[in-house]
Design a protein around this ligand. Structure first.
Ligand SMILES: *[C@@H]1O[C@H](CO)[C@@H](O)[C@H](O)[C@H]1NC(C)=O
Ligand SMILES: *[C@@H]1O[C@H](CO)[C@@H](O)[C@H](O)[C@H]1NC(C)=O
Ligand SMILES: *[C@@H]1O[C@H](CO)[C@@H](O)[C@H](O)[C@H]1NC(C)=O
Ligand SMILES: *[C@@H]1O[C@H](CO)[C@@H](O)[C@H](O)[C@H]1NC(C)=O
Ligand SMILES: *[C@@H]1O[C@H](CO)[C@@H](O)[C@H](O)[C@H]1NC(C)=O
Ligand SMILES: *[C@@H]1O[C@H](CO)[C@@H](O)[C@H](O)[C@H]1NC(C)=O
Length: 454
């Protein structure tokens, strides 16, 4: 090996480059940076651990409110325009899809501009500009803040389309523009999108465009993807604090990153989130294509939701240690990497709390926000049981670190909150699972994994 490298250094480098390219088109992985990691744009080293937890709970509350808004407005979006639809100044009347005067297509994104849990780096344009964006399984559109944008989040300079040789605006009669419906306008014949995430949540308006994206993989190579459709946001009514520099939509819609990469990534992506105790020192991985094959997995069908921007399964039962909670009404459970906590129907959560109280003999303490907390200061034999979720035919075992959160010294709480209309499998519950999404078969795979190891 050593001699061939020495004898044919040029050939080896070419062969390696070709291999890297072939590999890149087959599968690649990028880093997912947790909110509290030093490379996160939200990193705040002055926060105490308990402040950090409180901030996580606030982020969860905002996310859950956004999810509820999405589902309560769904009917409205489905049937036509949201009543809060503000036409951008200078726009012509909204362009409806042909033969569909009221836009029968889906409403798109759950959430974007509130504070977030994970970030990823994208490199945009020619020459490249690095943007730290939020990957979101609850969004479909990829968008970034673009010059000029007076109210965009401006911790770093915005992407400037005028300086990129590979940037092009998409016209109103382009196919991607028709896929934006019903939230689009035609401004000077450029396709213009409007994204809102519910009452009281900021909206974004911008130009639909095409650009070259470059991803730095976890192996250090770069994957260049020309011609991806994305939004160049010029108008937002958000406050700079809560805005992000961009969103990478990972939902099921045709304009999401995953759908646009399509067969080149075998229509699949996955992630493996490292445990909370390590998020400050390690990054997690977001994988595409062959890297997203989950070995040893339990695979189940997701709920058929007409390719909206969320992924969901049914929650059919819960077991605490060896004891089933008994029959529960099945609910839709959204598998959401943007939610910190897990949510269950109020009556189910009450039964779970009762079962845990019987199992865990530690003294209880009250917490204003979380339903069950224990004082660990007097004991070391905590006795937290596994909690097993029955998701269709899959059984997912939540270890104590997936279900409980240390909120300050000696106090540990159940990391769950009630939500009656749907359940959420949050990202604490997802830690140390390799979770794969196959959009071609609309299936999800779960495998217990050590996410620090790949
Ligand atoms: C929750 O579901 C109930 C009954 O299905 C419905 O009346 C209520 O409006 C829903 N709430 C939200 C926030 O969607
Ligand atoms: C449309 O283009 C004209 C001419 O370039 C320009 O003056 C006008 O400001 C543009 N309108 C919008 C809304 O961008
Ligand atoms: C942005 O506009 C929406 C819709 O008009 C509104 O509900 C929301 O409060 C506004 N948000 C901010 C931060 O101004
Ligand atoms: C659960 O059942 C297994 C097998 O019957 C037993 O070994 C284990 O001790 C039980 N665990 C608890 C927490 O009761
Ligand atoms: C299931 O839902 C029905 C209707 O809301 C309710 O009457 C029933 O008590 C629920 N069953 C369980 C096991 O929670
Ligand atoms: C936990 O228990 C210890 C010992 O009884 C007590 O001193 C402490 O105040 C308790 N902590 C809380 C938060 O209740």
């Amino acid at each position: 090996m050593a001699s061939s490298t020495t004898l044919f250094p040029f050939l080896s480098i070419v062969a390696l480059a070709l291999l890297a390219t072939a590999y890149a088109h087959h599968g690649f992985s990028v880093e997912l940076i947790h909110h509290d990691h030093p490379r996160s744009p939200s990193y705040n080293p002055t926060l105490s651990p308990s402040d950090r937890i409180q901030a996580e709970i606030q982020r969860f509350n905002a996310r859950a409110a956004s999810l509820r808004a999405y589902f309560s407005h769904f009917h409205e979006y489905h049937d036509g325009y949201p009543s809060t639809y503000p036409p951008p100044s200078g726009s012509q009347s909204p362009c409806h899809p042909p033969n569909s005067p009221h836009g029968t297509t889906i409403q798109a994104d759950l959430f974007a501009s509130t504070d977030n849990n994970y970030y990823m780096s994208i490199r945009l344009g020619t020459p490249v500009k690095e943007i730290i964006a939020v990957p979101d399984t609850g969004s479909y559109l990829i968008w970034v803040g673009c010059e000029p944008c007076p109210k965009c989040y401006k911790k770093d300079p915005l992407f400037n389309p005028a300086t990129s040789s590979s940037y092009t605006n998409l016209p109103c009669d382009s196919k991607p523009c028709s896929q934006l419906t019903p939230q689009r306008f035609c401004v000077n014949s450029t396709c213009t999108y409007y994204e809102s995430y519910g009452q009281g949540i900021p909206y974004v308006i911008g130009d639909l465009a095409q650009e070259t994206f470059t991803f730095k993989t976890t192996s250090g190579s770069f994957v260049r993807l020309p011609g991806l459709v994305f939004g160049c946001t010029h108008i937002t009514n958000g406050t700079s604090q809560r805005n992000t520099a961009g969103i990478v939509g990972l939902g099921g819609h045709p304009l999401s990153l995953v759908s646009q990469l399509g067969s080149s990534i075998e229509h699949r992506f996955s992630y493996c989130l490292v445990p909370s105790s390590l998020t400050k020192v390690m990054t997690s991985h977001l994988n595409f294509g062959s890297d997203a094959v989950v070995s040893g997995a339990q695979t189940i069908s997701m709920i058929d939701n007409g390719r909206q921007s969320f992924y969901a399964v049914t929650l059919d039962g819960i077991t605490v240690g060896n004891n089933s909670l008994g029959p529960i009404n099945s609910t839709m459970m959204i598998v959401d990497c943007g939610s910190t906590l897990t949510s269950l129907h109020g009556t189910v959560l009450e039964r779970l709390v009762d079962a845990l109280k019987k199992t865990i003999s530690l003294p209880q303490v009250e917490d204003g926000q979380l339903p069950l907390c224990f004082n660990e200061s007097t004991r070391s034999d905590y006795g937290y049981p596994d909690i097993i979720l029955q998701l269709g035919t899959a059984t997912i075992t939540l270890k104590p670190y997936n279900a409980f959160l240390m909120i300050n010294n000696h106090v540990r709480c159940l990391a769950m909150k009630p939500n009656d209309n749907f359940s959420i499998l949050g990202n604490i519950a997802q830690q140390n699972f390799h979770i794969g999404f196959d959009l071609a078969s609309w299936k999800i795979s779960f495998a217990a994994a050590d996410c620090t190891k790949n």
